[in-house]
Ligand binder design. Sequence first.
Ligand code: BGC
Length: 353
Amino acid sequence: MKALTVVPLKSGSAELSEVAEPPITDGPILVETLAVGICGTDLEILSGAYGWAPPGSERLVLGHESLGRVLEAPAGGPVAPGDLVVGIVRRPDPVPCANCAVLEWDFCRNGRYTERGIKERDGYLSERYRITPDFVVKVDPALGRLGVLLEPTSVVAKAWEDVDRIGGRAHWAPGTVLVTGAGPIGVLAAMIGVERGLEVHVLDRVASGVKPDLVRALGATYHHGTVEETGLAPDVVIECTGVPSVVLDAMTHVGPGGVVCLTGVSSGGHPLTVDEGALNRSMVLENVAVVGSVNANRRHYEQAAAALAAADREVLARVVTRRVPLAQWSSALERHDDDVKVVIDVAPDSPGA
Ligand code: BGC
């Protein structure tokens, strides 16, 4: 079967390879891959900056934002042939650490977790894959191909859970939310904020194109420019750019008692001049909390499924701005100005989705 593979840490090594059918040791559930979303992490892996091949293998099958259809599954299990499913990305570490032991692998403490398509486990960007029942999530058939948004939504569902838990250290009734970055993570974070009845603002660099209209269609207010120029002192900031100056601005401008949740992965090497004393002073005197958030456990996939089910389907469809057939995979990896979520259609003609 075909799979998009890469030699981790070697830029320009991506190719559409012919690989063996998925081994039965990967699990009793056989899934036909329908579509796979591409995100910043994939682009980092492709640039040679991130990623690990499975032990004993030179190449890694890419892809962690999946949507597939079950071909084979043991009777009486959580999924049956024909179901639309998404595969969970992370697997607990083998020790396991205290968090992985209770299935909170998104908080793995020893770094020995593995991730499909990213770290030491082949991903989902192959025509078929196998999986065990505990790492597969059923998708509402009404979502159809938009189910490919479940994994990125799980990441923001976790971010929102972190915000709630930290905010809940005192009376917590947030009103205003600022989301920095109108990429897929930003728009999905905004979507959840709007669903919660909050006043959501989204800030991005661009003044025109699909992003401003998409943000407005989601029910949020669009801004371009700097955090300061928004004039907001938000209760919550979900930072989705990873751009150091934006991260710093978020920490400086969040309102008293506010929570800043950092979800963007910075590349490093762009040091800023910071008045650490002034920043510390305002954070202490205003009880500001800053939290980093990565990955998602099964609970977050379930929260994400509920958030997607509650969303307006037509607006959600606008989040996927480009679909590329597997044969033309390389064009999916180019960044276009108007890209929000780019998806590789692995089985474009497959019925049922
Ligand atoms: C994925 C996460 C993963 C993280 C770090 C993100 O793109 O969505 O599941 O934990 O990359 O590898």
